[in-house]
Ligand binder design. Structure first.
Ligand code: AMP
Ligand code: MG
Length: 437
């Protein structure tokens, strides 16, 4: 597993420290770069298959929904003025029967009522529906009412859900179950969506072993199972990407260069984990610099400082692609990789897809824990869990290698640099579920 290092370089003197870039600045930089990229092409997919896709055009209704006034209940359609004139004890002839699916266009004869069922068109002239629980059918088949209806009662009006010409869904909307139903309700069988970004994923590290290839009992001292590869692939797929997994790249500059150059050819984005720190075994940064440019490196967050963004040049003749692929380097430490995956990689990928709703709103929540040694310079993201009362507990081990903290947590507390937390304090809670909507 420990590949001999042929490209080891002498340690260079440490450059003067400059302040790390604040998260908000890094994020707006990333979003600007995603917005400046050539938009991903559109494609149409069956509404059936559009779950999780991002709508590329406003979806306009060509009809109103409901298409006709219809009954919200099973009962009798009545003309209120007839009921008023006849008095409380009067009974009425049932002159017609309208079930769901009937045209229901015969006007209600005056002095009579219509038997009607949920979803059936209200006959012209009727202005309320009395539910059958408030109706009594006499032996002669005539109907009396035990409650006095209000005008319009139990009638669902034409167009009350959707107006003709209305944009029921807007471009940039990620489609989920309710949206597919709404699209179907206006008769849309196909939807125009954004093509999925093609993302190449690669892990760096000579220490990495693959589950399945090495048995846990055989993992040598110094070896680590590749966990990042598993959660990053799942995260990327949930964020709407088509992932090519390029496996593990050894800690050598030339191998890293070759893999990045190959990945750039036919991917929109290259995501790496590990190898972007300051050690001399960290070859990703110099490889990106050699193949393009490193435009952002190190962000003032904990965990997740060694985050990087850059471009890797490619042959611009590839149809519909910019002349460089985006490069996003995530830290190797699993928790750092996960957190930067959520707070930096996610918004970048969503903006690339034209998504509009990319900000995760922090919810105010009460801490049930103490945080008394905050990082003085970096904004921190603490792994926390909701208790039964809706307050937050903190995982005891906030180390950047402790992946159990992420699996245990319901989300993150977004804590300003230097801020201590005491039980009872209101903090900013970012639920994991909101990141993956
Ligand atoms: P690096 O950023 O490459 O210096 O890695 C930082 C730490 O994260 C080291 O302890 C690595 O062993 C660990 N690490 C890097 N990549 C992975 C990975 N894919 N899965 C699990 N741990 C990793
Ligand atoms: Mg490494």
């Amino acid at each position: 597993m420990n590949t001999p290092d042929t490209a080891r370089t002498a340690p260079s003197p440490a450059p003067p420290r400059k302040p790390l870039m604040p998260l908000d600045e890094a994020l707006s930089n990333l979003l600007d770069r995603a917005a400046a990229a050539t938009p991903l092409a559109c494609e149409t997919v069956a509404t059936w298959d559009a779950d999780g896709r991002v709508l590329a055009q406003d979806l306009i209704a060509e009809l109103e929904v409901p298409g006709f006034d219809n009954s919200a209940m099973d009962g009798y359609a009545v003309r209120l003025s007839d009921l008023l004139h006849a008095g409380a004890e009067a009974s009425f002839e049932v002159s017609q029967r309208v079930a769901a699916g009937a045209a229901g266009d015969a006007p209600l004869a005056s002095g009579t009522v219509a038997r009607i069922f949920t979803g059936a068109p209200v006959p012209p002239g009727a202005d309320a529906v009395v539910i059958q629980e408030d109706s009594v059918v006499d032996a002669d088949g005539r109907v009396r009412f035990t409650a006095e209806p209000r005008a319009g009662q139990n009638i669902r009006r034409a167009g009350e859900d959707v107006a003709r010409g209305q944009a029921v869904l807007e471009a940039g909307q990620r489609l989920s179950a309710a949206h597919l139903g709404l699209a179907a309700s206006i008769g849309a069988a196909r939807l125009t969506v954004c093509r999925k970004p093609r993302v190449a994923l690669l892990s760096t590290g000579d220490e990495l072993a693959m589950p399945g290839e090495v048995a846990p009992a055989d993992l040598p001292r110094g070896g680590v199972f590749n966990s990042n590869r598993f959660f990053l692939r799942a995260l990327l797929q949930r964020l709407g990407c088509e992932v090519t997994d390029l496996g593990i790249v050894p800690d050598r500059l030339e191998a890293t260069r070759q893999t990045l150059a190959k990945a750039a050819r036919d991917h929109d984005v290259i995501v790496t984990s590990g190898g972007v720190s300051v050690g001399e075994e960290d070859h990703v940064k110099p490889a990106v610099q050699a193949l393009g440019s490193l435009e952002l490196w190190q962000v003032a967050i904990k965990p997740g400082k060694p985050f990087a963004y850059g471009r890797v040049r490619r042959d611009a003749s590839a149809a519909g692609l910019d002349d460089a692929a985006h490069f996003i380097g995530l830290p190797g430490n699993p928790v750092s990789s996960y957190v930067t995956g959520l707070v930096l990689l996610r918004p970048f990928l969503l903006r690339l897809q034209g998504r509009r709703d990319i900000v995760v709103q922090a919810l105010p929540a009460t801490a049930r824990f103490t945080w008394d040694a905050p990082d003085p310079k970096r904004r921190e993201f603490l792994r926390v869990r909701l208790d039964a009362s809706g307050a937050l507990e903190r995982h005891a081990h906030q180390g950047s290698g402790v992946l159990t903290s992420v699996a245990w947590a319901d989300g993150l507390v977004d804590n300003p640099a230097g801020q201590t937390i005491a039980p009872g304090d209101v903090v900013r809670f970012l639920p994991f579920s909101a990141f993956l909507d």
